[in-house]
Design a protein around this ligand. Structure first.
Ligand SMILES: Cc1cc2nc3c(=O)[nH]c(=O)nc-3n(C[C@H](O)[C@H](O)[C@H](O)COP(=O)(O)OP(=O)(O)OC[C@H]3O[C@@H](n4cnc5c(N)ncnc54)[C@H](O)[C@@H]3O)c2cc1C
Length: 496
């Protein structure tokens, strides 16, 4: 994956040679096609298939202890935890809001916070976020006294609200949230923690000195700027910084897997769900036929109800586009265009044929396309399938994930443990990967890259980064027991 410029210099080698001065960093030709300033445009050597970018100086707009790229679940956990641990922290997010898939991707289900017995296993920042949402009636979840229950009536009731509420025929702790309120709460949390946040800012590459990360370059309406930092955290979901940091990573995903799919999500409002439910109960076969017809016409069947108070007439559609590359601009564009076309076909069909949808309208299509899987870093430790089938924690466990529904693969233990090392890119210093790009075999990523998982990894990464800086030690040499103790103090649930 290393790109080369005309002189045969890889980006990794090139950034090894980047000169870092006080107010500006000097950079040479990199090989990536980016807009160039008018002064450098004249010096650009245009050949056939590549162009040679002119050397340039980039303004350092900020120095910090920690810079986090990506303001989704992983980045939120990382930035908040680092800042709250005393690190001067910068967060860079390409869109105009925080939350990643959990807001802009219209993914509003925070599942599997408890195991099947009803014991809560994920808390920390995730719980704090839910508590704040709850105060605004922007979260919906089964009552605590019902977690773990296998009472048939309760199971049927919660299952009807959402299949995410039920695992192994028991009620579990899963939460439905309001995406818009969530955006507001997340930015409040950043401000309160004094995280310097740049929105509308696309993190393009890490600044490297040899194998040491020294900061990040980002592009925005203000041009190309650099943030210098002691530790860089890649929370882009897709591991965008990895190719330019010289980190190894994998991108293999079996086409049948959940994480092989892009999704184009949208909400339909003003649906009379009561009327729809009555129709579903009395015309089961007819409804199945309609769903087949809509698919034949190029649309898709199936949706989930919002469940939030006063949103009983909103449904979420999230058609999947299988086996798409999630880091290819042509493919991302193709799915956006196709997704919008299919959305119209589907809604037109529903409106005309499905009782309850007569007066409905499309209220929003996803501000950011749904991505589930892309690069996975090769870390100091890669979490493996066998790690999902043991009840022995790692000595450096920093997160505990309740097991998910594994389809035909039977569940052996109620939780899976995540080691700190799965966030450290092998061969790279001063960098952590705290998002769904964590070091994992694809089957582990399939089950454990959900929103609460990424927040939990981020939270551990943020505390670890601040601890390394405070103690002036390498990320690989931090005191793991101290890290675990801090996480526990913050409400993170860990073994023992
Ligand atoms: C349709 C769909 C349904 C899903 N259903 C569920 C579900 O029900 N429950 C659940 O928990 N999970 C679900 N998931 C999975 C879950 O949403 C993701 O795995 C999770 O959001 C990953 O978090 P993340 O922080 O790694 O990445 P993301 O959520 O993708 O966040 C990454 C953030 O980084 C930003 N970013 C990316 N690149 C750059 C860059 N170069 N510079 C600056 N910023 C950048 C993005 O804009 C984004 O804000 C679903 C996913 C999809 C697509």
């Amino acid at each position: 994956m290393k790109s080369q410029n005309e002189n045969g210099i890889t980006r990794r080698e090139f950034f090894r040679n980047t000169t870092i001065t006080g107010a500006a960093i000097a950079a040479g030709a990199g090989g990536m096609l980016l807009p160039v300033s008018s002064s450098s445009a004249q010096q650009t050597g245009i050949t056939g298939k590549t162009i040679k970018e002119a050397a340039r100086e980039t303004r350092v707009c900020r120095t910090a202890d920690v810079v986090v790229v990506g303001g989704g679940p992983g980045g939120i956990g990382a930035a908040l935890a680092a800042a709250r641990s005393g690190a001067d922290t910068v967060l860079i997010e390409r869109y105009e809001h925080l939350g990643g898939m959990g807001t802009g991707g219209l993914v509003t289900i925070i599942p599997n916070l408890s195991d099947f017995s009803g014991k809560q296993q994920i808390a920390g920042i995730t719980q704090e976020w839910i508590d704040r949402l709850n105060k605004r009636e922007a979260a919906d979840y089964p009552k605590k006294e019902h977690w773990g229950s296998d009472d048939k009536k309760l199971v049927a009731y919660y299952q009807n609200r959402s299949f995410f509420n039920i695992r192994e025929q028991r009620v579990i702790y899963s939460v439905h949230i309001d995406a818009e309120i969530s955006k507001c709460i997340l930015q409040d949390m950043m401000e309160e923690a004094k995280v310097k946040t740049y929105l509308h800012a696309w993190g393009t590459e890490p600044i490297m000195e040899g194998n040491k990360a020294r900061g990040v370059i980002f592009e925005s309406k203000s041009g190309r700027q650099a943030v210098l930092a002691k530790i860089v955290i890649d929370s882009t979901g897709d591991g965008d910084l990895l190719p330019y940091a010289g980190a190894d990573f994998k991108m293999d995903i079996e086409r049948t897997m959940r994480i092989a799919n892009l999704s184009f999500s949208y909400w339909i409002d003003n649906v009379d769900l009561k009327k729809y439910e009555d129709y579903k109960a009395s015309h089961t076969k007819e409804l199945t036929d309609h769903m087949r017809e809509v698919r034949k016409a190029g649309g898709h069947g199936g949706f989930l109800a919002s469940n939030l108070k006063n949103q009983e007439h909103v449904v979420w559609c999230f058609p999947r586009y299988a086996n798409s590359s999630q880091v290819d601009v042509d493919e991302l564009t193709r799915v956006e265009f196709k997704g919008r076309k299919d959305m119209l076909i589907t809604h037109d069909y529903f409106k005309k044929n499905i009782p309850g949808f007569e007066k409905s309208f499309i209220v929003l299509s996803n501000p950011q396309l749904g991505t589930r899987g892309a690069r996975r870093v090769t870390g100091d430790y890669v979490v493996k399938e066998k790690d999902m089938n043991t009840d022995i924690p790692f000595p450096d466990t920093v997160a505990v994930f309740p097991d998910v529904d594994r389809g035909k693969n039977s569940i052996k233990y109620p939780v899976t443990y995540m080691p700190y090392r799965c966030m450290i890119p092998a061969k790279v210093d001063n960098m952590l990967v705290a998002c769904r790009a964590f070091a994992s075999e694809m089957i582990v990523n399939e089950y454990f890259n959900l929103i609460p998982h990424c927040i939990a990894l981020g939270e551990a990464a943020g505390v670890a980064a601040a601890q390394a800086i405070a103690g002036n030690v390498d990320l690989r040499k931090i005191d793991i027991k101290a890290l675990q103790a801090t996480l526990k103090k913050r409400g993170v649930i860990l073994p023992g």
